[in-house]
Design a protein around this ligand. Structure first.
Ligand SMILES: [Zn+2]
Length: 411
């Protein structure tokens, strides 16, 4: 049986055409898919159409689910579940803004291929990972490998925003039947077993308006923001104490990212505003659940409020709680990926962790399935100018996905 699996993997690997993979990645980068609210032409729709057509031509069954106006998920699959497991190779189709194109040496949507690198917005995050997943699926199909279970390729919308695509997938029959997922985000092809979580705590402070010359008549929400900011180091320390030590992740952090007063409208030099807003970007490692994290943020707000009588402080999570995730090395999915890395690279897998959250966070916490994050591209390059991917990592990723999928889905 092991020999048959090895032969199936060999056949599928030899069905990978690197030139086709490079061309596909460049095509995807050339289709801008920055989501710009208010501009109905600036969505994932065009790149999703391309992916839908491409996968259809390869013989995948394809479904398109609109998760928001003009924002489709493309979900394609090979094989029948039929009692077997269902493995997802996942990527997102949206990219972040290119910023000022004049700051780029290579045009952001030119997909230039120079010295073994493909340049462009999304080259690493994550049209290369998506292309590698598509090519892996196509190679398995072309090789005629028999699948025990189902291989799903998901090109989802809105990862950079509210992760609507991943949330929607979890509500569909195809999503609910998943057994495991490989998240093809740029992690230099390291096997990431953990991902940090995130909570954006949006704090609203209400005080009382007054003349700046008579501050005693008001309650200044800005001083309360100051009191709360003074609590941040203690909050961070408490969260670190609640969390397990991780081999792969930096410890929890609490970082103020937005301060605004008044919360609405325009400030005036001689007016104590009635309100202020603060956003804390709270990063988590495995350990505390949502209510434990909420209790700590509550307590920090209470302490700040006690120091500033007359002011109320409340907060809410912007996008709910995206907790940290972890999978164990003994999971069949992890074993399938580790063995694929060894088969393809000839080296043992390097384990690591993802500094932020991904669509995998939603799949792991909503469906409870194991996820591994692994994909081509330097971990630090996403969202920068001159974003790029090394072609050598791209072609390696396609082979790892191919071998991992066959390891996981062979009888
Ligand atoms: Zn990404």
């Amino acid at each position: 049986m092991a020999r048959r699996r090895a032969a199936a993997i060999d056949a599928a690997l030899s069905s990978i055409d690197d030139a086709e993979l490079i061309a596909l990645t460049r095509d995807l980068v050339r289709i801008p898919s920055v989501f710009r609210p208010g501009d109905s032409t600036a969505t994932e729709a065009e790149v999703a159409r391309y992916i839908e057509r491409w996968l259809g031509k390869q013989g995948f069954s394809v479904e398109v689910h609109e998760v928001a106006p003009g924002r489709p998920n493309v979900v394609a699959w090979l094989g029948d579940r039929d009692g077997g497991p269902s493995l997802l190779l996942e990527g997102h189709t949206d990219v972040v803004t290119e910023g000022d194109p004049r700051e780029w040496t290579h045009p952001p949507f030119g997909a230039e291929l120079v010295d073994g690198r493909i340049y462009g917005r999304g080259a690493a995050d994550m049209k290369s990972g998506l292309a590698a997943a598509m090519i892996a699926g196509a190679a398995i199909k072309r090789s005629g490998a028999e699948l025990h279970g189902r291989l799903v390729v998901g090109a989802l919308a809105d990862e950079e925003g509210d992760m609507l695509g991943a949330r929607h997938l979890c509500t569909t029959p195809l999503g609910r039947e998943l057994s495991a997922a490989i998240i093809c985000e740029p992690e230099q092809n390291e096997v990431c077993l953990e991902q940090r979580g995130v909570v954006w705590a949006r704090v609203l402070v209400r005080g009382r308006m007054a003349h700046g010359a008579m501050p005693e008549a008001g309650a200044n929400p800005i001083s309360a923001i100051g009191a709360l900011l003074a609590e941040v180091p203690a909050l961070e320390k408490r969260l670190r104490r609640l969390s397990e030590k991780s081999r792969y992740l930096k410890p929890p952090t609490v970082t103020p990212t937005i301060v605004q007063s008044p919360a609405q409208g325009i400030g005036q030099s001689n007016v104590i505003p009635s309100s202020a807003r603060l956003t804390l970007d709270v990063r988590l490692t495995p350990g505390p659940d949502g209510s434990a994290v909420a209790r700590e943020i509550d307590a920090a707000c209470q302490r700040a409020m006690a120091r500033r009588p007359g002011v109320t402080i409340e907060w809410a999570p912007v996008n709910g709680f995206r907790l940290a995730t972890r999978v164990e090395r003994g999971e069949p999915l992890v074993r399938a990926v580790v063995s694929a890395v060894r088969r393809v690279t000839g080296r043992p897998a390097r384990f690591s962790g993802v500094p932020g959250s991904t669509d995998g966070t939603i799949l792991r916490t909503t469906l409870g399935i194991p996820i591994v994050t692994l994909g081509p591209g330097n971990r630090l390059i996403p969202h920068q100018v001159d974003e790029h991917v090394e072609v050598s990592e791209l072609t390696e990723a396609a082979r790892i996905y191919t071998a991992a999928a066959l390891n996981f889905l062979q009888p």
